[in-house]
Design a protein around this ligand. Structure first.
Ligand SMILES: Cc1ncc(COP(=O)(O)O)c(C=O)c1O
Length: 428
């Protein structure tokens, strides 16, 4: 038990007649975690601080996984909450035990709203970004003659989804070409401005691309959409939990995210933000029981039986990230990206797809490892060097993709760069 759990809680512990009952209480568990000194210093302490952050992940210290754009490990507080809460429901599935989960779901909504700097009335708890994006493309009244404007570099849940629904509902999809390397915010603002017509009803943009880590000018494009009466969806799969996102500033109509990526929460939990001004325009995709308790969730979030354990885990993940510091997390990932880019630039034969301009990219770096087979290289890095990265197949900027997050270290980036230099010389 954490050393400085308050006297009040010790009193509570004995008052309820045993530690088991109290330890099953998530609010108490959260207070205990906050009371414990899991992060003894702040980011200004440098590497010792980041080492203590890394210790809040169960990944062994010798395993350097830099694949956050795909899947992050749950932080220890999130993983512990997930198993504690799952066990609690399986141990005692009585309505009385489960009744406490509804307030926990609402507490998660409040935490999400604080994290994104909006109101709980605008938060829907979903399964993931895919579901959130599809709830927007399913839920808007679009018809023949309407246009949806996107850029090329969107995930299937935000590109193929629109194209398939266009076939069904008769609207059309207009795609703004992506330029590589990132040509700067002005290019996209101009390209979207030129592509808007009186028929444009929706603009959909990915905040940070999963392909090469391009930061899209979300705020400028949201303002452009708003000024033309166009709805604006911002796909936040790669920005939620990485960038210090402020939706009150960006002001999109919709924003989507997944807990299992950069927030380091549980798998199968996500968020859909729906701006108050857009709520009347979005039909629910699912009608069932157990709606949320506030705002839009009362009519939009009747998704039937849910797994509250994943939601509580997401809440813990957000609390942990806030404790580390949102701005510090973003800076850490930016610094590791810059270090990686500098290291790659020194290796002869590597062609980088990711922008060399620091302001235009973050945390997702894709490159061609010369003539090396990317799959064999990834296997060698994992098997020989304990480094986990991913490959990009197909014709669109294929090669290797590396996505470091705040649990990675400069030493891990150095190790990756040294291993790459070795294989580029020796082959795999
Ligand atoms: C930009 C983007 N949008 C949406 C998704 C889908 O996320 P999920 O699989 O969590 O639904 C991804 C996944 O990589 C993504 O990169």
């Amino acid at each position: 038990m954490a050393a400085n759990v308050s006297r009040r809680n010790f009193a509570k512990l004995f008052a309820v007649g045993g530690s088991a009952a109290l330890l099953a209480d998530p609010i108490f568990a959260r207070e205990m975690a906050a009371a414990g000194d899991i992060l003894p210093a702040g980011p200004s302490a440098g590497e010792p601080f980041w080492k203590s952050v890394r210790e809040q992940f169960v990944m062994p210290p010798d395993l350097a996984v830099m694949n956050a754009a795909n899947l992050c490990p749950a932080s220890r507080p999130a993983a512990e909450a997930l198993s504690r809460e799952s066990k609690s429901v399986d141990t005692d599935p009585s309505p009385t035990n489960r009744a406490r989960l509804m307030p926990e779901k609402e507490a998660t909504r409040v935490a999400l709203a604080e994290f994104l700097r909006v109101t709980p009335d605008e938060i829907i708890i979903t399964r993931n970004t895919s579901e959130s994006n599809n709830m927007v493309s399913n839920g808007l009244d679009l018809k023949a003659g309407d246009e949806v404007l996107l850029h090329e570099d969107n995930h299937p849940s935000n590109l193929v989804a629109w194209q398939e629904k266009a076939k069904r509902f008769g609207f059309s999809v207009v795609v703004v070409p992506q330029k590589n390397p990132h040509p700067g915010a002005e290019y996209y603002v101009e390209a979207f401005t030129k592509a808007i017509t009186p028929r444009t009803k929706v603009m959909s943009v990915t905040h940070l691309t999963s392909t090469v880590g391009d930061i899209m000018p979300a705020k400028e494009l949201a303002a452009l959409a708003r000024s033309r009466g166009i709805l604006f969806l911002l796909d936040g799969a790669q920005s939620f939990g990485l960038l210090d996102v402020n939706l009150a500033d960006i002001q999109p109509d919709f924003y989507s995210g997944s807990a299992h990526k950069w927030p380091c929460g549980a798998r199968e939990c996500g968020v859909l933000y729906v701006n108050k001004s857009a709520q009347a325009k979005l039909w629910p995709s699912v009608y069932s029981a157990y709606p949320g308790a506030v705002g839009f969730s009362k009519t939009f979030e009747s998704f039937g039986q849910r797994d509250e354990a994943t939601m509580i885990a997401m809440h813990e993940a957000l609390t942990f990230q806030s404790k580390v510091g949102r701005a510090a997390i973003e800076k850490r990932s930016r610094d590791l990206t810059t270090q990686l880019m500098a290291g790659l630039a020194k290796i002869p034969g590597i062609t980088n797809w990711t922008s060399p301009v620091a302001e235009r990219r973050v945390a997702v770096v894709s490159f061609v490892p010369g003539t090396l087979d990317a799959n064999k290289l990834a296997t060698a890095l994992y098997t020989n060097d304990r480094i986990g990265i991913t490959t990009r197949g197909g014709k669109d900027r294929p090669g290797i993709r590396v996505s470091p997050h705040f649990y990675n270290s400069p030493a891990e980036v150095d190790k990756l760069v040294a291993a790459l230099a070795k294989y580029m010389k020796s082959g795999v």
